[in-house]
Structures are given as C-alpha cells and as structure tokens.
Design a protein around this ligand. Structure first.
Ligand SMILES: [Zn+2]
Length: 138
C-alpha cells in the first residue's frame, strides 16, 4: 500500500509543532523564572527566620541582664541607671528590627501591604483593612 503524503498538511503540522515548541519554551522559561523567584524567596525566608531567631536570643540575653541589674538593686547594689537605660534602648532597637524582619517574612509568605497607608493585609485581601483602599495583587 502506498501512502500519499500531503505536503501541505506536513508543513502545517511542522508549523503547529513549531508553535507548540515555542509555547513550551516560553512556558518553561516562565516556570524557571517562577522557580528562581521561589528559590530566592525561600533563601530569603531562611535568612529572615535565622535573623529572627538570633534577635530573639539576643533579646533574651538582654532581658536576663536587665533582670540581674534589678535583682542586684534589690540586694542593695544599685545599678547605674545610665547602664540600664542603655540596655533598655538597645532592646527597643532589637524589637524594632525583629518586627521589621517578621513583617518581611509575612510579606514573603503572601501578606499584602497597602499602597495608600502601608498597612499590612492578609493574603488574598481585596481592600485594605485599615483605610479601605483597594489593594493591588502582586
Ligand atoms: Zn490602607
């Protein structure tokens, strides 16, 4: 049996295959880009989580020092209030940094920041819970 080849249909097939390959390449690229972003997000998340843990440990240590100073005062060895003030302010700074890191982590995990007022909104929110402005997704 002889097979007649329809050149036109082959051409068309080739064209379609070419298009599909092109689409596939584009999709693969987009997927790779998504993966890259995801990987970067993941690295960033790991870094933030580590930094948060370090900050929490540092705060614990400072809290312990504050406790010791207070206890020493109770035992009749008054602590230098400048020292105490310095530690307290240092802890304030640590807490600020900690909150910043935690916010970044929440944003990486999908939280949305309002473009109008800067308030943080839960993933998938449509309007800002603080000012009511519509939130742009992504
Ligand atoms: Zn807002």
């Amino acid at each position: 049996m002889k097979i007649t080849v329809n050149k036109d249909s082959i051409k068309q097939l080739g064209h379609k295959a070419g298009n599909a390959a092109f689409d596939a390449a584009e999709t693969a690229e987009a997927a790779a880009e998504k993966l890259r972003t995801k990987a970067e997000d993941h690295i960033q998340k790991v870094r933030l989580t580590r930094a948060i843990r370090d900050l929490e440990e540092e705060i614990d240590l400072q809290m312990c020092a504050i406790g010791q100073l207070i206890y020493a005062t109770h035992k009749g060895d008054p602590s230098d209030s400048d020292d105490m003030q310095e530690i307290l302010q240092y802890v304030d700074g640590l807490y600020e940094e900690l909150e910043g890191h935690r916010q970044q982590l929440r944003i990486l995990s999908g939280a949305l920041l309002c473009g109008a007022c800067g308030a943080e909104n839960e993933e998938g929110s449509v309007y800002c819970r603080n000012c009511g402005q519509p939130l742009s997704q992504g």
